[in-house]
Design a protein around this ligand. Structure first.
Ligand SMILES: [Zn+2]
Ligand SMILES: [Zn+2]
Ligand SMILES: [Zn+2]
Length: 278
């Protein structure tokens, strides 16, 4: 699998265009090539994870086409992950290749699917919806996808999800947005996989705060703890590529400094346009 990170920020972008804090100012002045759009990842050219308001900008920035996307995974309904007008880009009269556009299957929780089908942007001729439930493996276009419960909160009753994606014996865990996972989730994941994962992108939103009192995202210290817990359960090993992902400007440094700090722990840092073979 080839992964392309179309965006790597939390909701407000990094820099947040309205913020004059140190991290945003420094990124604007010294590292403009490392600005971050809202998070999304393209796998090969046919599976997309998340569908936020920057999907157009992210595709342009990474110079990719989304024409071939046949599977769309949506983690939850926060507005940086679900922006229903994106579905309109696929429709007539806006799409000159509408007739040959593949049907796209959207996998997500029922809250997200209800929001999509309720809008005028929904095109039942070209979009199928399929509910994703924790630990129920789904096959889609050659991928095996296992949704897992995130520790994250939107509305009462919405089950936020992270996804294990497997293809041709290779595996990728997309784990944003979430706080440290439940022990039972890690144990079930550990018992299901045949070998340690090849790649993980793990939520690192809260960054370098002294104490993280918000349980629905990871701080950098919690990223390191979660990776250790996963290694001790055999979910990851020393061969697994580990990347921190989904950054808020408030307590994360500009990219180069983040790379320096995480590299001490053997952890990489995603950036917009990053391409990795898994
Ligand atoms: Zn988010
Ligand atoms: Zn800022
Ligand atoms: Zn969220």
């Amino acid at each position: 699998m080839q992964l392309t990170f179309l965006g790597t920020a939390a909701y407000e972008g990094f820099p947040n265009p309205f913020c004059d804090g140190g991290n945003c100012r420094e990124t604007r002045q010294d590292f403009p090539d490392y600005s971050r759009l809202t998070s999304a990842v393209l796998v090969d050219d046919d599976l997309l994870i998340d569908f936020g308001p920057n999907i157009m900008a992210g595709a342009h920035k990474s110079r990719v086409s989304l024409f071939n996307v046949k599977t769309l995974l949506i983690t939850h309904s926060h507005s940086d992950h679900l922006y229903p007008p994106n579905f309109g880009f696929r429709k007539k009269p806006y799409n000159a290749s509408y007739e040959s556009l593949p049907v796209m299957t959207v996998l997500s929780n029922s809250t997200v699917l209800d929001k999509i089908t309720a809008t005028n942007y929904f095109d039942p001729a070209k979009v199928l919806t399929r509910e994703a439930l924790p630990f129920e493996k789904i096959e889609s276009n050659g991928y095996e996808i296992t949704p897992l419960p995130a520790v994250h909160k939107v509305e009462e009753g919405e089950q936020c999800l992270i996804y294990l994606i497997e293809k041709n014996g290779r595996s990728f865990l997309y784990a944003s947005d979430t706080g440290p996972l439940e022990a039972s989730t890690l144990e079930r994941l550990s018992s299901r996989i045949r070998k340690p994962l090849n790649f993980i992108a793990l939520d690192a939103t809260m960054g370098f705060v002294e104490v993280n009192e918000f349980p629905f995202h990871h701080s950098s210290a919690e990223v390191i703890e979660t990776i250790c817990r996963m290694r001790s359960l055999g979910i990851l090993n020393t061969e697994t590529k580990v990347f921190a992902h989904h950054f808020s400007h408030s307590s994360n440094h500009p990219h180069r400094k983040l790379e320096e700090l995480y590299s001490e722990h053997g952890i990489g840092v995603t950036f917009d346009g990053l391409k990795i073979s898994v």
